[in-house]
Design a protein around this ligand. Structure first.
Ligand code: TMP
Length: 239
């Protein structure tokens, strides 16, 4: 049964589970934020869409031997997950130049990278999630060099799997962000969410942006776009 609120973030609430110390309930909110919370709004249905999309993606990854904290969907907006200690890193993979790297390094948007490019950000709202290097990660994120290499390998595996999943539903996976948690036995596991809030997805035919950039850049109706992503994934899952 759902226990007390443990933590509230910008897009999710985290609840304890009564009698199950090793599990948590993630409750997806309708809030959308961008630019470290400077831009915000609420969209009816967004929580449901991200909950169901993220569940679908984690289920696909499980089928392809990529483990995560995801256990099962509980209802439209909530999922049961394994409790882990979050590693304060945002591991970003880029297949094509877009977003912050375009501004930071003066690249052309849409320029593809020959091989996926990994960037690390330190998860710290007060510092605005700065870009960091590996040595900063050992210092700040309580990970060893070996563990960081494991995280990077897992991230590249997820990229390969997700590129294929999204290509099958006519979407190009431009970039995305992963987070990892540590289990009590010390092992590292994929955590948080994988949704159009945390990925850039472009329609492979029209090039249309089908992710949170719709909100960040004011391009249209975020819920309509997320609904299309869910529909395409569900059609594929049932095909
Ligand atoms: P960026 O281009 O803004 O650095 O974002 C790279 C990817 O990471 C993009 O797919 C969106 C995702 N992302 C998050 O999930 N959370 C964040 O706070 C930020 C800044 C990006």
């Amino acid at each position: 049964m759902k226990g007390s609120l443990l933590y509230e973030g910008k897009a999710k609430q985290v609840y304890r589970v009564e009698g199950e110390a090793e599990q948590l309930i993630l409750s997806y909110k309708n809030d959308a934020t961008a630019f470290n919370g400077k831009k915000k709004d609420q969209f009816n249905g967004k929580g449901r869409l991200n909950n169901l999309i993220s569940a679908n993606v984690f289920a696909y990854l499980h089928q392809h031997d990529v483990r995560s904290h995801f256990i099962k969907t509980l209802n439209d907006t909530e999922q049961l997950v394994e409790k882990t200690t979050i590693i304060p890193l945002e591991v970003v993979v880029r297949n094509v130049a877009a977003g912050s790297i375009v501004k930071r390094l003066g690249l052309e948007e849409k320029q593809p990278f020959d091989s996926p490019l990994i960037e690390l950000f330190y998860k710290n709202d007060d510092l605005n999630d700065p870009l960091i290097n590996d040595e900063h990660a050992y210092l700040l994120a309580d990970v060893t060099e070996e563990e960081l290499n494991v995280l990077k390998r897992m991230t590249l595996t997820v990229n390969t799997q997700l590129r294929s999943l999204f290509a099958d539903v006519n979407l190009q996976l431009v970039d995305f962000k992963l987070e990892f948690g540590r289990r009590q036995d010390g092992s590292l596991v994929l955590s948080d969410e994988i949704s159009p809030d945390t990925c850039r997805l472009w329609d492979r035919e029209t090039g249309e942006k089908m992710d949170k950039d719709v909100f960040r850049q004011g391009l249209g109706d975020l819920v309509d776009v997320y609904e299309v992503i869910l529909q395409r994934l569900e059609e594929k899952a049932h095909a």
